[in-house]
Write a protein that binds this ligand. Sequence first.
Ligand code: FES
Length: 123
Amino acid sequence: MAVTGDPEPATDESETEPGAYEVALVWRDGDRASIRVSADETVLSAAERANLSLPFGCRTGACATCTGRLLAGRVEHARPPRALKDRHLDAGYVLLCIAEPRADCRVEVGVDVQTELVSNPWK
Ligand code: FES
């Protein structure tokens, strides 16, 4: 299941490895990081490889602990994102433990994103 954010300018292919994308991680406290994520790797795994700490629980798309919000770009969930309802997906929420990039992306991350998801049932 693909989730699409706002269009992001294409990356200069001459500076990138084929099948890998630049994923910008944005925390609400203003922190930012940028990681390279291959098309067959999840955003959570790539963040861990870069020694960045993101919240997670089940790692199978069932608990929503790893929820991020796609601000730009496109990801595809490697398995059904059972923890998210259609309205969550429509609002750009993604499960980073199973989300693989299909374009350069910008993703809001951190516990605040998951808290927002559960504190307001209409989101
Ligand atoms: S860690 Fe549970 S849904 Fe991602």
